[in-house]
Design a protein around this ligand. Structure first.
Ligand SMILES: Nc1ncnc2c1ncn2[C@@H]1O[C@H](COP(=O)(O)OP(=O)(O)O)[C@@H](O)[C@H]1O
Ligand SMILES: [Mg+2]
Length: 410
C-alpha cells in the first residue's frame, strides 16, 4: 500500500518547480519527480506513476493544455491539480476541460495545496472503492467492522453515527452489533435502555438463523436494530470466535448492513469480527500513542488470515490539537487515509445525552462527514458543499471538483 502520496511536479520553469517542491513537502507529501512540458512530463508520469500531478500552467497555454491531456490519457486514474498566475475563466476552463481535478491560484499556499491534494486523493480513493469493491459493499449483506487499537479513538462514535446515518438516509436495513468485549457502550450511546444482549443471542442453542430473531434486538428510533453488549464482559468468556463469525454471516443474510462495534484489544472476539468483515474501518487518531498502537496491531494482524485489502483507515480527529499530521499517520501506518472525521465538540456533547451527532447536530462538521461516509459506502457520491473557485467559475459544470472536500485542522 502507498505510504506518503507521491507528487509529480510539472512546470516549464525550473525555479517554479523548485518552489512547488518545497510547498509539496511542507504540505506533507513527497515530491517524487519534476518535469518540463511535453514528452518529458508524459514520460516521467508513466515511469513514476505518481499519486497526483501538480501542474503549472503558463503561456503558451496550448502546449501546457496538450500536456495535461496527454497525462490524463495515459494515466486516467491520476488526479491532476493545476495552478496558474491568472485565474481568468478561460484558463480555468481549459484546464478543466483537459481533465484537471482542481485549479489553484499561484503563488501556491501550503495549506491550500494540502487541502487540494488531500481532496483529490480522497475522491480518487472513493472512486476506486466504489469500482473495486462493488461486490464487497453491494446492496446486500456487508459486514462493516469498526476497529481501532486504542480505547477512546472513536470506534463507538463511528459505528453508531454511521449506523444511524445509513438507516436514516438510505433504504438499507441496518443492524449494529456491539462486540466490544470489555464494556460495550453502543446502546448507551444511542440512548437505549437495557435489553437482550449479543451474548444471549450467541448462546441460543439450535440453528444459527435464530440469532437474528427480534428477541435479541432493540430498535432505535432511526430504524437501526441494535444487538446490545452484555452487562458484564464475563458474558463473553465461553463464546467462541467461530460462533460469532457464523452469527455475523447470518445477520448479513438478513440485513443489508451489519455494523460491528469492537473493543480495542485483538481478542478472539475482535479477531472474529475482523475476519467476518467485508470492510474494516480502522479508526485511529492523530496522536503518537494511537498511531503506535495501530502499527503494532496491524503487524500482529499480518500474521493471521485477514484480507488486508479490506482494511480502510479512518482518521478521527478527536481533539482540537493535532499531535501528528495526517501525512505522518499515513507514513507510520503505511496506508492512506480513506476517511477523515473532523473534530467537533458536538460529538462529545451529544454522546453525553445518548444521541449520535447525526441526530443532535445534523448539519455540523462531524455529522456531515458521517452522512457523506454513509453515502459513499452505499455507493453514491457525497453532495458537493463548498464550491471551489473552479466550481464557481464553471457554474457547476464539473461538480466533482472540490466536492466534499474533507478538512483536517492543522
Ligand atoms: N470527532 C470527534 N470530535 C470530538 N469528540 C470525539 C470525536 N470522536 C470521538 N469523540 C469523543 O471521544 C470519546 C471516545 O469516543 P468513543 O467513540 O467512545 O471511543 P471508543 O469506542 O473507540 O473507545 C467520546 O467522548 C466521544 O464523544
Ligand atoms: Mg467504544
Amino acid at each position: 500500500m502507498a505510504s506518503v502520496p507521491r507528487v509529480l511536479i510539472v512546470d516549464q520553469d525550473p525555479e517554479a518547480r523548485y518552489g512547488a517542491r518545497q510547498l509539496v513537502e511542507q504540505a506533507g507529501f513527497q515530491a517524487s519527480g519534476e518535469a518540463g512540458l511535453g514528452t518529458e512530463a508524459v514520460a516521467q508520469a508513466s515511469e513514476l506513476k505518481p499519486d497526483v500531478v501538480l501542474f503549472g500552467l503558463k503561456e503558451p497555454m496550448a502546449r501546457a493544455i496538450q500536456t495535461v491531456e496527454a497525462i490524463v490519457h495515459d494515466l486516467p486514474g491520476t488526479p491532476i491539480i493545476t495552478y496558474a498566475e491568472s485565474s481568468d475563466l478561460q484558463t480555468v476552463r481549459l484546464a478543466m476541460l483537459a481533465g484537471a481535478r482542481d485549479f489553484l491560484q499561484a503563488p501556491l499556499k501550503a495549506d491550500e495545496l494540502r487541502r487540494s491534494l488531500t481532496a483529490a486523493l480522497e475522491s480518487e480513493e472513493r472512486r476506486k472503492l466504489r469500482s473495486d469493491d462493488a461486490a464487497v459493499l453491494g446492496p446486500r449483506g456487508s459486514v462493516i467492522t469498526v476497529f481501532g487499537a486504542k480505547g477512546g479513538a472513536g470506534k463507538t462514535t463511528v459505528a453508531t453515527s454511521l449506523a444511524v446515518a445509513l438507516a436514516t438516509r438510505s433504504d438499507q436495513s441496518v443492524v449494529l452489533v456491539d462486540a466490544d468485549d470489555s464494556f460495550g457502550d453502543a446502546a448507551t450511546s444511542l440512548g437505549l435502555g437495557p435489553g437482550p444482549s449479543v451474548t444471549d443471542a450467541l448462546r441460543e442453542p439450535g440453528p444459527i438463523d435464530s440469532v437474528a430473531s427480534q428477541r435479541f434486538l432493540t430498535r432505535h428510533e432511526s430504524g437501526v436494530a441494535v444487538m446490545q453488549g452484555p452487562v458484564s464482559p464475563f458474558e463473553w468468556r465461553d463464546i467462541s470466535g467461530e460462533r460469532l463469525k457464523e452469527a455475523l454471516a447470518e445477520l448479513s443474510r438478513q440485513f443489508d448492513v451489519v455494523l460491528v462495534d469492537t473493543g480495542s484489544t485483538l481478542s478472539e472476539v475482535s479477531l472474529a469480527t475482523l475476519q467476518a468483515a467485508s470492510l474494516v474501518l480502522w479508526v485511529t487518531t492523530p496522536d503518537y500513542a494511537s498511531a503506535h498502537d495501530s502499527v503494532r496491531a496491524l503487524q500482529v494482524l499480518s500474521t493471521v488470515p485477514i484480507d488486508d485489502e479490506r482494511i480502510r483507515l479512518v482518521l478521527n480527529v478527536n481533539t482540537p490539537e493535532l499531535d501528528v499530521s495526517p501525512a505522518s499517520v499515513e507514513t507510520a501506518l503505511g496506508r492512506q487515509i480513506f476517511w477523515t472525521v473532523p473534530y467537533d465538540r458536538q460529538v462529545r456533547r451529544s454522546a453525553q445525552i445518548g444521541r449520535t451527532v447525526v441526530e443532535a447536530d445534523p448539519n455540523g462538521v462531524a455529522a456531515t462527514s458521517f452522512w457523506d461516509l454513509a453515502t459513499v459506502l452505499s455507493g453514491g457520491s457525497p453532495a458537493p458543499r463548498k464550491r471551489s473557485i473552479l466550481g464557481r467559475l464553471l457554474n457547476g459544470r464539473k461538480r466533482a471538483v472540490g466536492a466534499s472536500r474533507q478538512e483536517v485542522r492543522a
